[in-house]
Ligand binder design. Structure first.
Ligand SMILES: Nc1ncnc2c1ncn2[C@@H]1O[C@H](COP(=O)(O)OP(=O)(O)OP(=O)(O)O)[C@@H](O)[C@H]1O
Ligand SMILES: [Mg+2]
Length: 315
């Protein structure tokens, strides 16, 4: 459990990275407490991987500083490297080695051997429920199992900080759920987890989330805090025909934006917008409204709103 008086496990101060003069990460300030689960979300190219790579000590920052477990990521990169667990965005283990061979091979980096290694392997195979598959080639594992193997490899040094780069992308929902249960269990025992994710249900499970957009952190807080901060007034609307309804509402006064979610619309009200006015606009245009009710915004709605506001201030 974390405590406000404890030093952060991960701390970034003005952390920046540019590639060929282009800023990929722009003055990131962040403090993640020991045992906290922090979710980093943001569209493709937002800078998530670049942040995680800098925090892992693998990529030197262009400006600013960051400390992980008290070690400076630039000056003490090798110490950071050995102290943390890092799960990269792309599967980085050997497809032609078995589960167990992969773990044994990776363990050499950490000078783990003998009894200590044997015990660690058993506990990691147990934790990730890969024991039954220990002799299976990594290349023959399902996507979800591959990611569990990658997690086991990241946990070999018994790290106090885990950096995970979209660890469950392409994994089915049940396995994603399993994976997150494991992460939350680790956090409960004190491991700090910083995970980039594209899934809003996963972001929802984090103690805090940060939205990265074009290298900048647009908002950061608990899921409820960022929801409040967005101040969205949102309606759930079912109407026929759906896409016609969307076009009508996109042009309607008092409507800020409209997004399709399955067979429904999420309609964000703008200044002066009301549910009655939305219903009237749809009906006037020949739409048949079967449902119209205020709802709590999802994190997806909230992030959409923050990105949209940012774009508006840019234009
Ligand atoms: N080694 C590199 N050389 C040049 N540009 C890079 C390099 N790595 C990343 N970039 C650029 O930096 C920006 C941020 O990339 P990054 O991979 O960090 O984004 P991301 O949020 O992880 O995206 P994704 O969701 O697609 O994984 C992008 O514009 C990318 O093209
Ligand atoms: Mg990435």
């Amino acid at each position: 459990m974390s405590d406000a008086s404890e030093a952060p496990a991960v701390e970034a101060d003005g952390l920046s990275k540019s590639f060929d003069g282009q800023l990929a990460v722009d003055q990131l300030h962040l403090a993640v407490a020991p045992g906290e689960v922090f979710g980093l979300v943001g569209p493709d190219g937002a800078g998530k991987t670049t942040v995680l790579r800098m925090l892992s000590g693998a990529l030197p920052p262009t400006a600013g500083t960051a400390k992980v477990l008290g070690f400076d990521v630039a000056a003490e990169a090798h110490r950071v490297h050995r102290a943390i667990g890092y799960l990269p965005q792309r599967f980085s283990l050997y497809q032609e080695l078995t589960v167990e061979e992969n773990l044994r091979f990776r363990a050499r980096v950490y000078d783990l051997a003998g009894r200590a290694l044997g015990d660690r392997l058993e506990s990691l195979l147990n934790l990730t429920q890969l024991g039954r598959f220990r002799h299976r080639l990594a290349g023959a594992l399902s996507g979800g199992m591959k990611q569990k193997l990658a997690l086991a490899a990241a946990l070999l040094p018994a790290p106090n900080v885990l950096l995970l780069d979209e660890p469950t992308t392409g994994v089915d929902p049940a396995s994603r759920g399993d994976f997150w249960e494991t992460l939350l269990g680790l956090a409960e025992k004190g491991t700090t987890v910083l995970a980039a994710t594209a899934y809003m249900d996963e972001a929802e499970r984090c103690r805090r989330v940060g939205l990265l957009y074009q290298g900048r952190l647009l908002v950061c807080g608990s899921p409820d805090e960022v929801r409040r901060q967005a101040g969205l007034s949102l309606l759930l609307v079912s109407c026929q025909p759906l896409l016609h309804g969307r076009s009508i509402l996109q042009e309607a006064l008092g409507v800020r934006w409209v997004e399709v979610f399955g067979d429904r619309l999420h309609v964000a009200l703008g200044l002066g917008g009301t549910a009655e006015a939305v219903q009237e606009s749809l009906e006037r245009a020949g739409g048949r409204v079967t449902r119209l009710q205020p709802i709590e915004p999802t994190l997806e709605d909230v992030f959409f709103e923050f990105v949209r506001s940012r774009r508006e201030t840019e234009t």
